[in-house]
Design a binder for this molecule. Structure first.
Ligand code: GDP
Ligand code: GDP
Length: 436
């Protein structure tokens, strides 16, 4: 996924064909198409591309919308509108406009957002302007006829969409969304934590492992920031599940990790860390992602003394990933859940931090004043170092003898820089180059 990608959302009353349109644009059967309104669920978000331009498509179907808009639904619609750069307002070209359609028109007008009035179910009528007259009268600009079901005029609609949204490179840098995912084995409490965090019942919580819906991205606007929560099916339990299946869900988790900035690794405190978690942590490090470790279900260890003792040995248990911060939570008691988001913000800030070259060199000077490294009688000299990239922070060292900077030496500097600048939670990449 890319940063600063514009958001396009699909809104309209039930049964106009929003889900079909979403599926057509996304090219998969993601949304549930139902004749009956009443299935409440969250907006689906999907990264789409057309002619080299990217946008997030948000589908707001399935909110249990009935004939009038309850306060809750209005709030949800407002939320979606607020985060959108462009809105596809879908109406049914084969039926009369309803009171609910008109309510949407009012909301959209007030929002001042850019709208495309999409008239659906126009198969066989695409070029018949006389059918569009009642929609023109809505004052939302020229109606755009399509047939989602019969795939008519969809390519043209995509052309129009990308002509109306800013290209990613024109999007302001403040518009960066933070992509995160809850990872960890089933039953560790990922869905419960997510629900406690967002404050609404967004995903299914169950005793049966693996019942979390298949990967769905949630888009969440909070305190003026955009978070994209990439859902994950979770790791399978090693015991009962067939080898192949387990491997498949690990693979899915790895796929998820590639798409995010920050992983929230949820560990059931009563189960602890096993090889699978370590493997995932390795992958997170390898891909240069940040991580917050969450020990959940603290309520199962009610003794504070026991918890304190465990806390002391956590850094050892986490080795060599002790630079990932950890917290203790209880999703069902709502304990410490509010610490997650400040950590996410902090980790995002740190992975994008840029340190001036002069400060890096001062730190390295100090690191070298404490010890020195040599090989075959040659002493390591670091002429200078400079940060060349962020997310993850990447630093190039220019040295006399690159061979001296083996893995352990690199680790030493990594650790030193981490402590010096408070660079927690993110891998730091060090590249070594020779300079005469
Ligand atoms: P939503 O509630 O707005 O998400 O609507 P759905 O996507 O679930 O579609 C509602 C009904 O309209 C379904 O029965 C679809 O098959 C039907 N539908 C969707 N698009 C078209 C279309 O282009 N033409 C016709 N005739 N029916 C459509
Ligand atoms: P997921 O598979 O990782 O998404 O886990 P769920 O959120 O579905 O939770 C699995 C089970 O653990 C459910 O029965 C939850 O009620 C329970 N659970 C989740 N968080 C906690 C917690 O903090 N304490 C306790 N005791 N149970 C929890």
């Amino acid at each position: 996924m890319k940063k600063g990608v514009p958001v396009v959302s699909i809104v309209g009353r039930p049964n106009v064909g929003k889900s079909v349109l979403f599926n057509r644009i996304v090219g998969e059967e993601k949304a549930i198409v139902a004749d009956e309104p009443g299935v409440t669920r969250d907006p689906l978000v999907h990264l789409c591309e057309h002619e080299g331009k990217y946008f997030y498509l948000v589908d707001s179907a399935g909110w249990g919308l009935t004939d009038d808009l309850s306060e809750l639904i209005q709030e949800k619609i407002q939320e979606v509108i607020n985060i959108s750069d462009l809105i596809l307002f879908v109406v049914d070209g084969r039926s009369e406009l309803t009171a609910l359609d008109h309510e949407f028109v009012d909301i959209l007008r007030k929002s001042g957002k850019r709208v495309i009035l999409v008239v659906n179910k126009m198969e066989g009528r695409i070029d018949r302007e006389e059918y569009l007259a009642p929609f023109t009268a809505l004052g939302l600009g020229e109606p755009f006829p399509i047939s989602a079901l019969h795939k008519q005029n969809l390519y043209e609609l995509l052309d129009l969409i990308i002509s109306l949204i800013p290209a990613p490179e024109e999007v302001s840098s403040e518009d960066k969304s933070i992509k995160l995912a809850f990872v960890g084995r089933p039953n560790s409490g990922k869905s419960s934590l997510l629900n406690a965090l967002i404050g609404r019942d967004r995903s299914i919580v169950s005793e049966i492992p693996g019942t979390t819906r298949d990967a769905v991205d949630l888009i969440w606007d909070f305190n003026g920031k955009k978070y994209i929560i990439v859902d994950t099916p979770g790791l399978r339990r090693p015991a009962k599940v067939e080898e192949g299946l387990e491997e498949l869900s690990v693979q899915k988790t790895l796929q998820t990790i590639r798409r995010i900035d920050i992983a929230i690794m949820v560990i059931d405190l009563s189960v602890g860390i096993r090889e699978q978690e370590k493997r995932i942590l390795h992958y997170i490090e390898d891909k240069g992602k940040s991580c917050l470790i969450v020990f959940n279900k603290t309520d199962l260890i009610p003794s504070l003394k026991e918890r304190r003792e465990f806390e002391k040995i956590v850094p050892q248990i986490l080795q060599p990933f002790d630079y990932f911060p950890f917290i203790f939570t209880s999703a069902i008691r709502n304990y410490n859940v509010k610490k997650i988001l400040p950590w996410v913000d902090k980790l995002f800030e740190l992975r994008n931090m840029r340190i001036p070259t002069s400060q890096i060199n001062r730190a390295i000077g100090e690191a070298l004043s404490k010890t020195n490294f040599s090989k075959k009688g040659k002493i390591l000299k670091i002429y200078y170092a400079t940060q060349v990239d962020v997310a993850p922070p990447t630093i190039v060292f220019f040295v006399n003898e690159p061979e001296i900077m083996n893995k352990n030496v690199v680790k030493y500097f990594e650790k030193f820089l981490r402590n010096y600048f408070g660079w927690v939670g993110t891998p730091i990449k060090i590249e070594v180059r020779k300079r005469e």
